[in-house]
Ligand binder design. Sequence first.
Ligand code: CP
Ligand code: NVA
Length: 297
Amino acid sequence: MLDLSPDELSRSLEAALAIKRDGSGPVLAGQTLALLFEKPSLRTRVSFEVAMARLGGRALYLHDAEVGLDRREPAKDVARVLSRMVDGIASRTFKHDTMTALAHWASVPVINALSDGEHPCQALADLLTLRERCGALRGLRLTYVGEGNNVAISLAYASVLAGMHFTCASPDTYGLPADVIEAAAGLGGGGTVRQLLDPHEAVRDAQAVYTDVWASMGEEHLLAGRLEAFAAYRVDAALMASAPSDALVMHDLPAHRGEEITDDVIESSRSVVFDQAENRVHTQQAVLLLLMARPAA
Ligand code: CP
Ligand code: NVA
């Protein structure tokens, strides 16, 4: 997310809105995007494949069981080989360092399709959803309840870049990393980030309440040890009663109903989770155009 300026973020969201409204031509005809995934995916894989098809190009899905990033072959070699064959790489990795190694060694654009450090493509779709529902993003109050994880980190950065006010409520020691809060504060864009302990205080003036799983992919073994600490951070009817009555409910999905969110809340009329999922296609088309469209000859 830190690779986007406030202006690029704003232009990408406006481009995504236009693409959603008017469609897009075959601007990436003849181009190939490699999808190099170490972890499972529904939304990210399908939305990138559909986005490339709508832009006239093609996506090539490569699961890590076959590629063996840093096992069969170092990431720096994978990046250089793919760069000789494809026009862009969207990668989903465990370690964020693997992502940055791919980006360093590739000579084609590398898009973070989720790492343990960030999930920027999700944040773009989330901001598009807020833009559609609430109008202008500047000044908008978004509260995230749960672990200060990859999804929360990208939302924090994106919020500041868009001039929004982002609040994160987490159990002690599970909040946003201190270096993320510091980096967010130094970004242009005019937004703010604050970390709280009390989820009820955090949602009090929220225009949207967002949550994500309590243990991310690859960390499922940590869940049992977290259930007690996170119980007060479940987004349920009692927590939503502390929020304004028209606050939206957001989740990147997949959701664990009964853990971080209850079924009644995610199924309520305030929930925009399927708008968020659909918007992945539109924002990813905008990102692919930003990075891969070639100037007209
Ligand atoms: N929200 C999201 O990234 O979903 P997937 O893990 O299914 O791609
Ligand atoms: N934080 C979650 C997001 C899944 C889309 C994970 O990394 O598993």
